[in-house]
Design a protein around this ligand. Structure first.
Ligand code: ADP
Length: 259
């Protein structure tokens, strides 16, 4: 029920008027729609690799295994699709964890340049595959209050996106600096960019500007949703600016640790 009315009777039974109470249900309806979309998205994302694994394994079982070349190429597909499922399930579990009301991380004094070094180590293979360059300008004295592994996860996700959504032979620039309140890391790429009408949506679960491209690069569409929650769990902020065809800049602000 979203509205009801009741008469207001004053002294001596005098009729004073009617009070109408209305609840705004648009917010609730919206939330319900978001939940439904999420379930539909999860189902779709799970279904695609499962269908492929099932199809290829059945074809093998029906006899295709006898041809060694087919056997090998089908097994490769099955392996790739099961990896995809695993990444997706891990991201879903992680997202549901960081989305919990009251999700907290333990905050310690962490040096941002150490986080960057770990993030760079973990993305070396991507950088090499695409012949990219990474340039960094780093203030070694920036210490923030954070959870080391979660900060590495934020850094890695943003670096991986900067690489994935850029053409080969381009440069990703990382800056680490600080202001009075925050340690800041900035990741700037020379990639495809994100148009104005989409930029506000990229932190939504499963939102991708180009689904096919994202899938091909191994993306689940959950990375930035997780990153946003993690930054918020650090009481930080994340900003993005972009120009189609020129590139994208992400700025992450994490509260500074007093020395
Ligand atoms: P995905 O797994 O698809 O990369 P994310 O949540 O990390 O998912 O990002 C959501 C979408 O935002 C991506 O699919 C892509 O369209 C866009 N995006 C993210 N980072 C960049 C970037 N550096 N340059 C251009 N587009 C980006």
């Amino acid at each position: 029920k979203d509205a009801y009315g009741a008469p207001v009777i004053g002294e001596h039974g005098k009729w004073l008027g009617i009070v109408v109470v209305m609840h705004d249900i648009t917010e609730l309806v919206k939330l319900e729609q978001v939940r439904k979309d999420f379930v539909a998205n999860v189902s779709h994302e799970l279904k695609t690799p499962v269908t492929s694994i099932k199809g290829f394994s059945e074809t093998l079982l029906y006899g295709a295994y006898k041809n060694e070349e087919t056997l090998l190429s089908f097994l490769e597909i099955i392996h790739k699709e099961s990896n995809r499922l695993q990444v997706l399930i891990n991201d879903l579990l992680d997202l549901s964890k960081v989305e919990q009301v009251g999700y907290e991380i333990s905050l310690q004094k962490v040096r941002l340049s150490d986080i960057l070094n770990r993030g760079l180590e973990m993305t070396t293979h991507l950088v090499e595959e695409k012949n990219m360059m990474i340039e960094s300008i780093v203030d070694e004295e920036v210490y923030v209050l954070g959870d080391t592994n979660r900060l590495i996860q934020i850094m890695m996700n943003l670096l991986a996106n900067a690489i994935n959504y850029s053409p080969e032979n381009t440069t990703v620039r990382v800056n680490i600096f600080k202001n009075q309140k925050y340690g800041i890391f900035q990741i700037r790429d020379e990639g495809i960019g994100i148009c104005e009408s989409e930029i506000n949506r990229i932190f939504e679960r499963f939102y991708r500007v180009d689904r096919a491209r994202s899938r091909n690069s191994g993306g689940t569409g959950l990375g930035l949703a997780i990153v946003k929650h993690l930054v918020e769990a650090h009481h930080g902020l994340i900003e993005v600016e972009s120009k189609v065809g020129e590139g994208t800049v992400f700025n992450v602000y994490i509260p500074i640790a007093k020395s």
